[in-house]
Design a protein around this ligand. Structure first.
Ligand code: RAM
Length: 340
């Protein structure tokens, strides 16, 4: 009897282990996550969230970075990935159109393709995981520039690369807002500079803006690499009255954020980084499992983030929107810096 009981117990245990091992929605699936460039903490944090969610569902997640923040370097990465036949590729695009042939090749080979953070054109993807609507980002940044500049004066943008799909979409939306709303009429955008999401180039471009426009009031950097470089240079430049805002990581902006003269950045924005990675993972898994195809109107459950509906994106493709823009200032930057 005792023996029978222990055999039964072992059998139950094995069955239990087997079901828990098989319980993931992505058991045995291979997913490749492709960032814009290596060495950018933004992608490392996003990848951690993606990996944790993907692996909890049983997937094997490979995080791959191109040599630099260009489409060519991403094409090399994609070539290599396609030959490995993962179940899905989720990519942050360095260019809107240049990846199309490669991503179509991937989809033709049966690989599901999603994009996060920076969207390649609609033909290049099945669905885009968008952190915040383009208009939401643009309005947040424009109002910050307006507020910090006191409603008038010269301001400049320090962007990532000139081809970056996400930054270009946000900058276009900011320009459209300036045209559409009289409120911004006294703000003069003097230049859009490109730091290529490289710290040194971003610092050099900031220095050039300071040199070329002595009466510049605000630099808006819609890139975490750019804002950190600009905020540091401005803060380290004695007597410099320029203020910096844009999109940043709290951990990278902690030293520069404050309302007083000693700090170069009164406030800046981003979104929930852990949730972005998680959301991208769940959306990609939903594609793999056929729960969604990426068509407008489809719904799916993104783990504990809840239910999401796929909507039409500004570019005519489809997207899922994560949520609102978060504002970080001296009241909360320290707390969020512990997270990302
Ligand atoms: C940089 C990258 C990324 C962008 C953030 C805000 O890290 O360019 O694509 O979303 O900034």
């Amino acid at each position: 009897m005792k023996k029978l009981l222990s055999v039964l117990l072992v059998a139950l245990l094995v069955a239990g282990l087997m079901t828990s091992a098989l319980a993931g929605a992505a058991d045995g699936k291979k997913i490749a996550l492709v960032g814009k460039s290596a060495g950018n903490a933004f992608f490392e944090v996003a990848a951690n969230g993606f990996k944790a969610a993907g692996e909890a569902e049983g997937a094997k997640v490979d995080v791959v970075y191109p040599e630099d923040a260009t489409a060519d370097a991403q094409i090399k990465v994609l070539d290599n990935l396609i030959s490995q036949q993962p179940d899905a590729i989720c990519i942050s695009a360095n260019d809107v159109n240049a990846l199309q042939a490669k991503l179509e090749e991937a989809m033709d080979a049966g690989i599901k393709v999603s994009a996060f953070d920076s969207a390649p054109n609609p033909a290049s993807r099945q669905v885009f995981i968008n952190q915040v609507t383009n208009d939401g980002v643009a309005l947040g940044l424009m109002d910050a520039v307006y507020d910090i500049a006191g409603g008038e004066g010269k301001w400049a943008i320090l962007s990532a690369t000139s081809q970056a799909a996400n930054q270009n979409a946000w900058i276009d939306a900011m320009k459209a807002l300036m045209e559409a709303d009289e409120k911004y009429a006294k703000l003069e955008l003097v230049e859009v500079a490109y730091g290529d999401d490289e710290p040194q180039k971003s610092t050099d471009q900031t220095q050039a803006l300071l040199d070329n426009y002595p009466d510049l009031k605000v630099i808006c950097a819609p890139t975490t690499v750019g804002i950190m470089a600009a905020a540091k240079l401005v803060q380290d430049t004695e007597g410099c009255a320029v203020k910096v805002t844009g999109l940043g990581m709290p951990s990278e902006m902690l030293a520069y954020t404050g309302a007083d003269d000693a700090h170069s950045c009164p406030y800046f924005f981003l979104w929930s980084m852990p949730d972005l990675g998680k959301m991208a993972a769940y959306t990609t898994i939903a594609l793999i499992n056929g729960d969604i195809t990426g068509a407008e109107g489809e719904t799916f459950t993104a783990g504990d983030l809840g239910e999401y509906t796929i909507t039409k994106a500004d570019d005519g493709g489809t997207q899922v929107i994560l949520g609102p823009l978060f504002k970080f200032d001296e009241s909360n930057v320290e707390e969020f810096a512990k997270l990302y």
